[in-house]
Design a protein around this ligand. Structure first.
Ligand code: GLN
Length: 481
């Protein structure tokens, strides 16, 4: 029997069962979750803001619904956390930046609204790299997050707090965002499930823009089933985001139970070059396991992979330089005065943004400037099309792709912080998924000899999250102890 004090092992299903059997009330569970999250936070710094009053009020509503015997929602009473780049009504949203230190949004992002509609209880907001730019959570203006599996190591980034809180047991599930790997890489580093859906599958309304053509909202959870539940709830067309897709949302739970025997899985050879040996051993063992479940494994090639990193850092910085122009000291919270309008802008942006954000604004402004637009930005867009074509060609022959998430497991805090190019390499295997807009996820598949979690990445065709979940679920079933 689960009590609210087994928070670290609760799942969406067990919360539901506990509430319905009256083993605990949503209010008791929420109070226990808040107490635990607050007590544990000094270890990891995963939460930036706690939403105690909101959370207890939401929980009371759930308890009333349970008492009336009506529909209580698929996430009734489930303690969740939200990455701090996703806006929450009346709840501070900083984007990990000093420039939004006191920003209180007047509305909920669509994904948050949909979670709340299903009874989820939002405990608070989760630390991240400033404006989601980073791979280690060390770019937050509010201090780094530590990996709960090894406190001297990074949790990955940019959704470091969202991955760490699920791993630490302080939230049952969370929402993160992924522009180049920011859900899958921290999921892999912290040993939890993380999902980047198809571009357009989940509304971006209320996701603070970093690089709009690459940004995705997606869930973190303890297991594949919970991740699928979260995605099913937040997915689907939203008139408030014109890029959100009309494609129907599948019944992931039914479809992922279908056998994987006969599924064709591609191993793109480019993703196995430059991999550290220990990570390689764990990934190969996972692939072998999928083979023994009856999947047909084939080596394939995604020939333009080697251009992904350069292509991503041109497109993402170009879009960021445009999106971040709005933080000007006139709208949104802080302002540093100056003796002219220009110096007010300069002082506000100079003191409000951190070094990585400034680096990207400069890089993005450069690649969009009249003299360099064709050489960099236009070229990168053409390369992006080739990368996307690699995937569509591959999916003519295979149903899904399996690869490592990152070339190495969680690194030490401080290890790469002075070397942006080494940091950017953390994402070599994840950027392509965002550039092509295909669904992809990380599922835990083992540990390095030092006991650091390693994730297996699964890619599927556009809008075919069901096949991706099927591979992940069957793998998880076959390997969970
Ligand atoms: N690490 C990558 C970057 O710094 C990806 C970030 C993300 O996905 N938000 O841009």
């Amino acid at each position: 029997m689960k009590s609210p004090h087994d928070l670290a092992s609760l799942t969406i299903g067990s919360v539901r069962e506990g509430l319905q059997a009256k083993k605990f009330s949503a209010k008791e569970l929420t109070q226990a979750a808040l107490d635990l999250a607050e007590a544990e936070n000094p270890k990891t710094n995963a939460f930036l803001t706690f939403a105690c009053e909101h959370a207890l009020a939401d929980a009371e509503r759930v308890d009333k619904a349970v008492a009336h015997g009506g529909y209580v929602g698929a996430l009734a009473g489930v303690p969740v956390g939200i990455k701090d780049v996703i806006v929450t009504k009346d709840l501070r949203t900083t984007c990990g930046s000093r420039i939004l230190e006191n920003y209180i949004p007047p509305y909920d992002a669509t994904a948050v609204y949909r979670l709340r509609e299903e009874g989820a209880v939002i405990l608070g907001k989760l630390n991240c790299d400033e404006f989601a730019m980073g791979s280690s959570n060390e770019n937050s203006a509010y201090g780094p997050v530590r990996n709960p599996r090894a406190l001297d190591r990074v949790p990955g980034g940019s959704s470091g707090g969202a991955a760490a809180s699920v791993a630490q047991g302080t939230a049952v599930a969370t929402l993160g965002s992924d522009t180049g790997g920011s859900i899958r890489q921290p999921a892999s580093f912290c040993g939890v499930v993380g999902v980047t859906p198809t571009y357009g599958r989940v509304s971006r309304y209320g996701l603070v823009a970093f690089a709009s053509s690459l940004d995705h909202i997606g869930p973190f959870a303890r297991n594949v089933e919970d991740a699928a539940t979260m995605l099913r709830i937040i997915a689907g067309r939203d008139d408030l985001d014109s890029t959100s897709a009309f494609a129907p949302v599948d019944d992931y739970h039914a479809l992922m139970r279908h056998p994987v025997r006969g599924l064709k899985l591609g191993l793109p050879k480019e993703y196995f070059e430059g991999l550290n040996a220990e990570t390689g051993d764990v990934i190969h063992a996972a692939i072998k396991q999928l083979g023994s479940l009856g999947c047909e494994i084939r080596e394939i090639s995604l020939p333009h992979t080697k251009y992904a990193l350069s292509c991503y850092y041109i497109i993402a910085t170009a879009e960021a330089s445009s999106n971040l122009a709005r933080y000007d000291g006139v709208r949104y919270t802080i302002r540093s005065d100056g003796d002219s309008l220009t110096s007010m802008y300069r002082n506000t942006r100079g003191s409000g943004f951190g070094a990585e954000v400034k680096r990207r604004i400069m890089l993005g402004t450069y690649v969009l400037s009249a003299g360099y637009y064709d050489a960099y930005y236009r070229k990168a867009q053409q390369v992006r099309t080739l990368i996307a074509k690699d995937f569509s060609e591959a999916f003519k022959d295979v149903d899904a792709l399996v690869t490592p998430v990152s070339p190495f497991p969680a690194f030490k805090i401080g290890e790469k912080v002075d070397d942006p190019l080494a940091m950017y390499l953390s994402d070599v295997y994840t950027l392509t998924g965002d550039l092509a807009g295909v669904p992809c996820m990380s599922v835990p598949c083992g540990e390095s000899p030092e006991g650091l979690p390693i994730g297996l990445q699964i890619f599927a065709k556009h809008f075919d999250e069901a096949t991706m979940f099927r591979v992940a679920y069957k793998y998880e079933q076959a390997t969970s102890r």
